[in-house]
Design a protein around this ligand. Structure first.
Ligand code: NAD
Length: 297
């Protein structure tokens, strides 16, 4: 067992994840640019470091949970590579572009470290509840070292392939989610205009061939799935801004791979419009209000 883990990036997701590592018995050395985030980490049983370099200096493993590729590159190139113990294991759980993920893993490997990209599925509640799903890219050896640590923060840890494969799986999954949510919203909006009761349409479609996760676990109309954000005026959950971020990453990767993604392109455009009209902070299922014409910022 790696005994000391540095955790960098204690935001909405990272704070709960670091707390779960501490709960599992690891000595967690936490760092974030935000003083409030550090205070919360201290309350959750983590030791607080004054810099990223200090956090990683005596750590067997490093977990990062940062906003985007530029932050990940800056933290690893600027602090982690120069200060980490030889042979330390790095796990970047942020959602970032595939190209940057591969570049950082390659730089780590060249300098004698082991590294995986390990983005997550599941939101803030899954991060604090320890029920995330990790999609991991990296060598078999790096995965074997990462798995028991990631397992303390999630319900599933899946080896997706070589470096960058975790990020590839994440953006393909979220592209599908964005498209299926828009499809589900369109169907409910049309059903209502055709005079169908939303609950009745749900009862039928959830048992017919239109059934999908966006409908049965996260229904965009209030009522049929009581835990869904649609019952809380689309507050909490997975912000439309984050869905837009992931769709942009997917479209960037599709362009680089010369892959045709017409529905992904359309989904990105619709989430961009929803965000421009003030929906960025709402749960992504709130896009139903854009589609049925009832959206007011
Ligand atoms: P967040 O903005 O709440 O947290 C990011 C944290 O990183 C902040 O506390 C910030 O201060 C810190 N940070 C930024 N630069 C830093 C640096 N140089 N050194 C130290 N700390 C630094 O974001 P989040 O919602 O926790 O998301 C983190 C990642 O997880 C993102 O890549 C996001 O796409 C992904 N993700 C988020 C969710 C979600 O529901 N929020 C779900 C799945 C994946």
């Amino acid at each position: 067992m790696a005994e000391t883990i540095a955790f960098i990036g204690l935001g909405n997701m990272g704070s709960g994840m670091a707390a779960n590592l501490a709960k599992a018995g690891y000595a967690v050395r936490a760092f974030d640019l935000s003083v409030d985030a550090l205070a919360r980490a201290k309350g959750d049983g983590c030791a607080v470091a004054a810099s990223a370099a200090e956090a990683v200096s005596d750590a067997d493993a490093v977990v990062t949970m940062l906003p985007a590729g530029k932050h990940v590159e800056a933290v690893y190139n600027g602090d982690v590579f120069g200060a980490a113990k030889p042979g330390a294991l790095f796990m970047d759980c942020s959602t970032i572009d595939v190209v940057t993920a591969r570049k950082v893993v390659e730089a780590a490997t060249t300098q004698g470290f082991a590294m995986v990209d390990a983005p997550v599925s599941g939101g803030v509640a899954a991060a604090s509840g320890g029920t995330l799903t990790f999609m991991v890219g990296g060598t078999d050896e790096a995965f074997a070292r990462a798995e028991p640590i990631l397992a303390c923060m999630g319900k599933a840890v899946i080896h997706a392939g070589s470096a960058g494969a975790g990020q590839a799986a994440k953006i393909c999954n979220n592209m599908l989610l964005g498209i299926s949510m828009i499809g589900t919203c369109e169907a409910f909006a049309l059903a209502e205009k055709l005079g169908l009761d939303p609950q009745v349409f749900f009862d039928i479609s959830s048992k017919a061939s239109g059934q999908c996760w966006s409908m049965t676990s996260y229904c965009p109309v209030p009522g049929p799935v009581p835990t869904a954000p649609s019952n809380r005026d689309y507050e909490g959950g997975f912000a439309a801004a984050l869905m837009l971020k992931d769709l942009k990453l997917a479209m960037e990767a599709a362009a680089a791979a010369n892959a045709a993604t017409p529905l992904g392109t359309q989904a990105e455009a619709l989430y961009q419009t929803f965000s421009n009209l003030g929906g960025a902070a709402k749960d992504f299922s709130g896009i139903i209000k854009l589609l049925d014409g009832s959206w007011r910022a």
